[in-house]
Design a protein around this ligand. Structure first.
Ligand code: SAM
Length: 292
């Protein structure tokens, strides 16, 4: 089989199968030959382990994962790619393609059934239009996985890996750091894809935390507070939180004092411990009021 990073090979397979790229599905396929081996190696694809991939494209990363891991299950939404993948991945007997939307797959069940007794990692060149929903779905379900290694837009990578409490932080920073320990692996230029996207990319790895780094009384409330605080990031947390939580400003002011936070602080200045303190104060208030 000719290398799947060769542009003319991809174009020939596509033409023969009448396939055209779907922008709506975030189809930018990797054509830089050094990228997929690095994702597979640094993403923890190992001989005794299992890998879940999201989005096969023409199978360029899938093949690198299958060369290194015991088994690869790849979830691909676009059924037009199935005949192509039959052809490009025909030499492997350790790959299963699941033709579904990753956000609708029962992942705990898939892991139980497909990877019994195996350590599992996720590796993917993500479709960028749903980066955050996919990452949050993988993390919030507390799947029995070791790590998530994904290519995302460079700006998203920077935001995800930013230190909570720093200028680049956003709601996704706090959420990702609650469930995992993220780190930047390597940058990937826009010219590494066919077609070239308008932005550069980066590969990041999220090592799933065994325990969250902060203790919160109510996780749902914690994420409501985080999302509420970042809702309008230029405003003070006093204003954003009173609007987002439907509370009087005086009440929020009191909660902020109790959590030892300045009322004119912006969400990006808050650490995970700050968000946790605020959540726990709010939870105590709700309990006092008989709301929980
Ligand atoms: N892994 C290939 C590569 O690196 O060249 C393709 C990556 S491409 C950026 C993203 C892939 O995700 C596409 O094949 C696209 O069809 C697929 N995809 C898009 N949305 C999806 C979804 N909701 N569930 C599963 N796959 C999806």
């Amino acid at each position: 089989m000719e290398p799947l990073t060769n542009r003319s090979v991809i174009k020939e397979i596509m033409e023969r199968n009448g396939f055209t790229f779907s922008k709506a599905l975030g189809q930018n396929f990797i054509v830089n030959p050094s990228v997929c081996p690095r994702i597979a190696e640094q993403g923890g694809a190992v001989p005794e382990g299992g890998v879940i991939e999201i989005g096969a494209g023409v199978g360029v990363l899938t093949a690198e994962l299958a060369r290194r891991a015991k088994k690869v299950v790849c979830i691909e939404i676009d059924s037009r790619l199935l005949p192509i993948l039959d052809e490009t991945l025909g030499e492997f007997d350790n790959i299963k393609i699941v033709n579904e939307d990753v956000l609708k797959v029962d992942l705990p069940r898939l892991i139980r059934e497909e990877f019994p007794g195996m350590e599992v990692v996720v590796c993917a060149n993500l479709p960028y239009y749903i980066t955050s929903p996919i990452l949050m779905a993988l993390l919030e379900q507390r799947l029995p996985i070791r790590s998530i290694t994904v290519m995302v837009q460079k700006e998203a990578a920077q935001r995800i890996c930013a230190k909570p409490g720093s200028r680049q932080a956003g709601a996704i920073t706090a959420a990702v750091h609650y469930y995992s320990t993220p780190r930047m692996l390597f940058p990937v230029s826009r010219g590494s894809f066919l077609p070239s996207p308008e932005v550069d990319s980066a590969v990041i790895r999220l090592d799933v935390n065994k325990e969250p780094p902060v203790e919160v009384q109510d996780e749902k409330l914690f994420f409501t507070v985080v999302r509420g605080a970042f809702g309008q990031r230029r405003k003070t947390i006093l204003n954003t939180l009173s609007a987002a939580l439907g509370l009087e400003k005086e009440t929020v002011r009191e909660l902020l004092i109790q959590a030892q936070l300045r009322e004119n602080a912006r969400a990006e200045e808050l650490t995970l411990a700050d968000f946790a303190a605020l959540t726990n104060r709010l939870w105590a208030l709700r309990r006092e009021r008989g709301e929980v």
